[in-house]
Design a protein around this ligand. Structure first.
Ligand code: HEM
Length: 401
């Protein structure tokens, strides 16, 4: 018989366990009850799950650094900006980037993203079925990203292959050999750099009203961003801004398909959608953990952490902490106080949170307006991946008109 997860005897938690992927909430609740500070099975690295401990850690970049060097390299040649650098330099980049991702900017972008969502739905609504990810949840964030950057929509397929080449190279290489996939990642990395090199040259010659031009013209302390700075920002935007929204959309729709009462409430009253998006972000928390490196020896809740150890702040578990969220185990679209950590916390809190929220709200509004009554195809059950929580297959059916 396999060990319980978490295992209170050994104070370990298996972050790649099948139950944690399928249905993480009960595992998180057991962690709170049995070992809110634990060590990860296999790597032995510290795992922190209490809301208070997580928020404190993420807000203390001097003690818990994001500079992890090539450990998190993912085909990059340098650290990605701003995620893999610490304040005070990180703060300077955020000051420059934040205005381009503000709530106001996203309101301006909303009509065109709504039209993109609606055009995707047009393609399959009359058929009465779709494969949610490839038909909707994967292309929509990519359309939004291209529009935000001012890049041609015809590059959608290219972007999807670049993103997959980094995040899941095995899809492109059709191999499970680690060396083959590492090489493919590096090659994809070069293609990403080459793509954006061309865009930078183009915007230098012919400036436009778009994010890429603004990056080319931006300055920190009176100095223009270097070519490498811009490349390192763009690389991160591809990795951070596409799969996260796809995963969240898939989790939300899978939850609603499995809970028809909640789905009917949303379809009948779309004004509930913004709250539902927040509550489902808390409940599902697709980016389940964020990593940091301890810069000195420290103790959290009785767990001794050594300088240099990689610490996982389990934001998925923090979002199920009863001390912060009364009745945390219930999905409540009327929850009044919802300070969830699904976008992280502290200086590295998600740069794209306003964009993500707008995309999710618009997608949910358009979807429920056009397809209010849907279910998972009979005989099929959604399968969730470990690591980032995402539904790997979500075939949906609804009454065709
Ligand atoms: C629902 C979708 C999303 C989720 C759940 C999400 C989640 C997160 C989380 C948890 C972090 C903190 C990482 C850390 O502390 O190390 C983060 C950072 C970041 N996110 Fe998002 N994200 C989403 C969408 C986006 C989008 C659409 C973009 C941009 C196009 C984006 C860009 C970034 C960037 C650049 C950072 C690094 C910020 C920094 O280090 O200063 N994210 N995201």
């Amino acid at each position: 018989m396999s060990a319980p997860n978490p295992d209170p005897e050994t104070r370990t938690v298996n972050l790649f366990d099948g139950e944690l992927a399928r249905c993480p909430q009960p595992v998180y609740q057991r962690m709170h009850a049995q070992c809110p500070v634990a060590r990860a099975a296999m790597t032995n690295s510290p795992v922190i799950s209490r809301y208070e401990d997580v928020i404190k850690g993420l807000r203390d970049p001097e003690l818990f650094s994001s500079e992890m060097d090539m450990q998190m390299a993912l085909g990059t040649e340098r650290p990605m900006i701003p995620q893999q650098i610490d304040p005070p330099l990180q703060t300077r980049y955020r000051k420059l980037l934040d205005p381009h991702f503000s709530r106001k900017k996203m309101i301006e972008l909303e009509p065109v993203i709504r039209a993109d969502a609606s055009a995707l739905i047009d393609r399959f609504v009359d058929e009465g079925h779709c494969d949610f990810d490839p038909d909707f949840a994967i292309p929509l964030p990519c359309h939004a990203f291209l529009r935000l950057c001012g890049l041609p929509q015809e590059d959608l397929d290219l972007f999807l292959s670049l993103k997959n080449g980094i995040i899941r190279p095995q899809l492109e290489t059709k191999s499970i050999d680690m060396e083959v996939n590492k090489k493919a990642r590096v090659e994809t990395g070069h293609r990403i750099y080459a793509y954006f090199e061309d865009v930078i040259d183009d915007r230098k010659k012919s400036p436009r009203d778009d994010l890429m031009t603004r990056l080319v013209q931006s300055e920190i302390d009176g100095h223009r961003l270097t070519r490498n700075d811009i490349l390192d920002i763009c690389f991160l935007l591809i990795l951070a801004g596409l799969d996260t929204v796809t995963a969240t959309l898939g989790c939300n729709i899978a939850y609603l398909a499995a809970n028809p009462d909640q789905r009917r409430r949303i379809s009948a009253d779309p004004e509930l959608i913004p709250n539902a998006v927040e509550e489902l972000m808390r409940w599902e928390t697709p980016v389940i953990a964020v990593p940091r490196v301890a810069t000195r020896d420290v103790e959290i809740g009785g767990l001794e952490i050594e300088q240099g150890e990689l610490v996982s702040f389990l934001i998925g578990a923090a979002n199920l902490d009863e001390i912060e969220f009364p009745d945390a185990g219930a999905v409540d679209f009327d929850r009044e106080r919802n300070r969830h950590l699904a976008f992280g916390s502290g200086p590295h809190r998600c740069l794209g949170s306003h964009l993500a929220r707008m995309e999710l709200r618009v997608a949910m509004e358009e979807w429920h307006r056009r397809i209010p009554d849907y279910a998972v195809e009979p005989g099929k059950a959604p399968r969730y991946s470990p690591g980032i929580r995402e539904v790997m297959e979500l075939p949906l059916v609804w009454p065709a008109p």
